[in-house]
Design a protein around this ligand. Structure first.
Ligand code: IMP
Ligand code: MG
Length: 183
C-alpha cells in the first residue's frame, strides 16, 4: 500500500539505495580533502537537513555544523537572487574551512549570494556540496564542488526537498504528479 505521499509521486527519480551509495562516496572524498582542515558544515535550512544528517554521519574526520536560513525576495518559486537572512550562523567562520550544504543547485542565485556574503567574513576556504544539481536552469556563475546527482529540468521532491513544505520526509527523490500542483 502506498502512503499519502507516495500516492502523489509520478516516478521515483533516485532511489534511497542510490542516494546511500552516492553519499558514501562523496563523504569519503570530503573526508580525504578535509583531513588536515577545520571543517564547518553550513546547512541551508530547511531543504538540506536530511542530506546533511546523512552526510555528516559518514565523515571520518572532525566536523562541526551550523545553519543559515534565507528567503529570496520576489515572487513565488522564482529566485530573484536577492536574499534575506532569516537566521544567521551562530559562530564566526573566520579562518574556518566552510562547506555549504544544499539540497539542490538550481538557478544558483541563492548560493552565489550566500557565498559572497560569507567570503566577506574571511573563512580559510569556502566550497559547496549539493545533493542535486540542475544545470539546465543555471543563471548564476556557480558550480557545486561536490555533487551527488545531476537531475533534469523537472520539479523534484523528497529527501529534504519540498513542494509547499510537504514531501521533505520522503526517503527518495521523485517527481510529483501534475494534478498535485493544480489543487
Ligand atoms: P536557486 O537559488 O534557484 O539555486 O534556488 C535553490 C532553492 O530553490 C533550493 O534550495 C530549493 O529550496 C529550491 N528548489 C529549486 N529547484 C527545486 C526543485 O526541483 N524542487 C524543490 N525545491 C527546489
Ligand atoms: Mg529550499
Amino acid at each position: 500500500m502506498k502512503n499519502v505521499m507516495e500516492q502523489d509521486i509520478k516516478k521515483v527519480l533516485i532511489s534511497r539505495e542510490e542516494i546511500e551509495r552516492k553519499i558514501d562516496e562523496v563523504a569519503e572524498q570530503i573526508s580525504r580533502d578535509y583531513a588536515d582542515k577545520d571543517l564547518l558544515l553550513v546547512g541551508i535550512l530547511k531543504g538540506s537537513v536530511v542530506f546533511l544528517a546523512d552526510l555528516m554521519r559518514r565523515l571520518s574526520i572532525h566536523a562541526q555544523i551550523d545553519f543559515m536560513s534565507v528567503s529570496s525576495y520576489g515572487s513565488g518559486t522564482k529566485s530573484s537572487g536577492v536574499v534575506k537572512i532569516i537566521k544567521d550562523l551562530d559562530n564566526s567562520v573566520e579562518g574556518r574551512d566552510v562547506l555549504l550544504v544544499e539540497d539542490i543547485l538550481d538557478s544558483g542565485l541563492t548560493l552565489s549570494y550566500l557565498r559572497e556574503l560569507l567570503r566577506d567574513r574571511h573563512p580559510n576556504s569556502i566550497r559547496i556540496v549539493t545533493l542535486l544539481n540542475k544545470p539546465a536552469r543555471r543563471t548564476a556563475d556557480i558550480q557545486p564542488d561536490y555533487c551527488c546527482f545531476d537531475v533534469p529540468d523537472e520539479f523534484v521532491v523528497g529527501y529534504g526537498l519540498d513542494y509547499a513544505e510537504r514531501y521533505r520526509n520522503l526517503p527518495y527523490v521523485g517527481v510529483l504528479k501534475e494534478e498535485v500542483y493544480k489543487n
